[in-house]
Design a protein around this ligand. Structure first.
Ligand code: NAP
Length: 535
């Protein structure tokens, strides 16, 4: 069993339990997930704590967000006495160390001590504050905590960067010198690779201490989700979207439902969806739903990518089992592939990476299936006349894929020369916009962003040019785009962009897992999510 300092309770799922001396504190439980709650008033703080309790019984109360933290303690005492099943941390971080408390070191110590006497199980003191204390002051503080049966967590926060693991280990050692119950090292991720440094530090330190390690910021999501697997005592989440206490924090529900925190173990396969921006990608939700439905021990995380090198480092060293690639990385990744299917090579764009058992990267393009499958379910593509509006990345997948299925494909694009170049490569035809009204098609596929929420652009076709029985719009925000509304009003059949999104994701799922994708569940969950989001 590990030798633990001042560890009067059991940390569930992470380390062996340490029976508490019965006279000092009752045995407490610390789960993998601590929900950090804040509020401008005690009422708001307690309402959030009450709401958080249904997701985790381990809650951090950020007292420094209150105008008068000390004045709130009687109310908190009543709350904690009523909710004896909550394990609580009190934090009153001073402004100079990234918190909101404007008082002095003495005031902070006084509030934390009163919090301990109020019934808090753990108090969080910044390492800088610990170092500013005189020896007698710190000794007195710690004796009072012991008398109250409260444990000490000492934390360090770097709001600018993440150092290499050696630097992080030094910080952890600086904290460990005080022999606290918990060592907490928080940094700021500027790259995906920064997560690797934090996870390494956790692996190193968790041999001798209860350690918590997190890289803040959107790029640091990997550390928030995977730190318990690396050996961290727990990780943090917010009580709800919009109630974060630190940059990059995600809500407890997202961490539990989408990132599957409670299911992750050493065997969990990690996938990513890479891009920038990526925070609002529907892929993690869709794939998590599929993984859960098909009993696959896997998770997908959004990866904010600033450079391909950074992504490839994490793919190799985390490692990642596969990645869904979004623009603009689809072309850039090609030289790094050990192999790719022939269509991906011809299109010159890869949207799906799979890491082989040999560690090499294999590339696929499932955007093609995203376009072809919905159409072939509704028509015979052999000899079908299909108009593609646009000649960008999405159009490439559509044109190459449809030509391969034997369709006669026509391209119209705002920049005519780009249509000419694409048509030449894919053996398709080019049309001038002026000829559209006189030409009949079996289907029209819009691959331009026109009609997308937030883009005020005229549609690339007029109503009089909708000379087809089926209109397919790749845009899916909003679900019913202006083009689809126009087509429906004319009694034409339609295909929405969400069907394409799900079809390309379903093929990714199959490539990664070898199992048939649960398409209807995948569609259902992303449609529900889109309807929930403000348009
Ligand atoms: P892209 O590479 O930037 O290409 C955009 C194309 O649209 C270009 O051909 C561009 O013409 C044309 N275009 C842009 N604005 C226009 C306007 N106002 N009028 C006429 N034509 C215009 O983008 P992409 O990656 O192909 O993506 C295009 C759309 O498809 C996006 O809305 C994306 O969300 C959607 N998409 C959906 C899925 C799905 O799963 N449903 C998958 C991929 C993409 P120029 O050549 O003249 O610039």
């Amino acid at each position: 069993m590990r030798q633990l300092k001042e560890m009067p309770f059991a940390v569930a799922n992470t380390v062996d339990s340490v029976p508490a001396p019965a006279s000092v504190v009752p045995r407490l439980r610390v789960g993998k997930l601590c929900i950090a709650v804040q509020g401008a008033t005690p009422a708001e703080l307690l309402a959030r704590a009450e709401a958080a309790f249904k997701d985790s019984a381990f809650i951090e109360f950020r007292l420094d967000f209150l105008a008068k933290p000390a004045a709130a303690l009687p109310e908190l005492k009543t709350f904690l006495a009523r909710r004896r099943d909550i394990t609580s941390i009190a934090t009153c971080r001073r402004k100079s160390f990234g918190g909101k408390f404007t008082g002095s070191l003495n005031s902070e110590l006084d509030i934390l001590l009163k919090a301990a006497q109020t019934g808090f199980h753990i108090v969080d003191l910044e390492v800088e504050s610990a170092e500013q204390c005189t020896r007698p002051q710190l000794a007195k503080f710690r004796a009072a905590l012991r008398a109250a049966g409260t444990s000490l967590l000492i934390s360090s926060h770097d709001f600018t960067r993440t150092r290499r693991p050696e630097g992080l280990n030094q910080t952890a050692q600086r904290i460990a010198a005080f022999e606290p119950a918990f060592v907490k090292v928080v940094t700021t991720a500027r790259s995906l690779a920064d997560n690797l440094a934090v996870l390494q530090m956790i692996e190193d330190q968790s041999l001798t201490a209860h350690v918590v390690g997190i890289a803040m910021g959107e790029e640091g999501l990997i550390s928030r989700v995977l730190s318990p697997r690396a050996g961290a005592a727990f990780t943090f989440a917010s009580s709800a979207e919009g109630a974060e206490t630190a940059p990059g924090q995600v809500s407890a529900r997202t961490l539990l439902d989408v990132y599957r925190l409670e299911q992750i173990d050493q065997a969990t396969r990690i996938f990513g969806v890479a891009g920038n921006p990526i925070a609002h990608s529907l892929s993690p939700l869709m794939h998590s739903t599929a993984f859960r439905r098909e009993n696959v021990n896997a998770v997908m995380l959004p990866l904010k990518v600033r450079s391909l090198d950074d992504l490839l480092t994490v793919v190799r060293d985390l490692p990642l089992d596969g990645v869904a690639i979004t623009m603009p990385l689809k072309q850039e990744v090609l030289p790094h592939l050990a192999n790719m299917d022939p269509l991906t090579a011809r299109i010159g764009a890869c949207n799906t990476l799979r890491t082989g058992a040999d560690g090499k990267l294999y590339g696929f393009n499932t955007d093609v299936a995203g376009v072809v499958r919905p159409l072939e379910r509704r028509m015979n593509l052999q000899g079908a006349r299909i108009l593609v509006l646009g000649a960008g990345g999405a159009a490439r997948a559509a044109v190459f894929g449809l030509v391969e299925q034997g369709a006669e494909v026509y391209i119209v694009n705002r920049t005519h020369q780009k249509a000419v170049a694409l048509a030449r490569k894919a053996k398709a035809h080019v049309l001038r916009q002026s000829l559209l009204a006189k030409t009949r098609f079996d289907a029209i596929v819009n691959t331009t962003p026109c009609g997308m929420a937030g883009i005020k652009q005229q549609l690339p076709v007029k109503e009089s040019e909708l000379n087809a029985s089926l209109i397919f719009d790749m845009v899916y925000t909003p679900l019913e785009t202006p083009l689809l509304a126009l087509a429906k009003a004319r009694g034409l059949a339609t295909i929405g962009g969400l069907e394409m999104f799900v079809q390309q994701g379903a093929r990714q799922f199959e490539i990664w897992t070898g199992k048939p994708a649960p398409e209807s569940e995948m569609l259902h969950v992303v449609e529900l999510e889109l309807r929930r989001r403000p348009q």
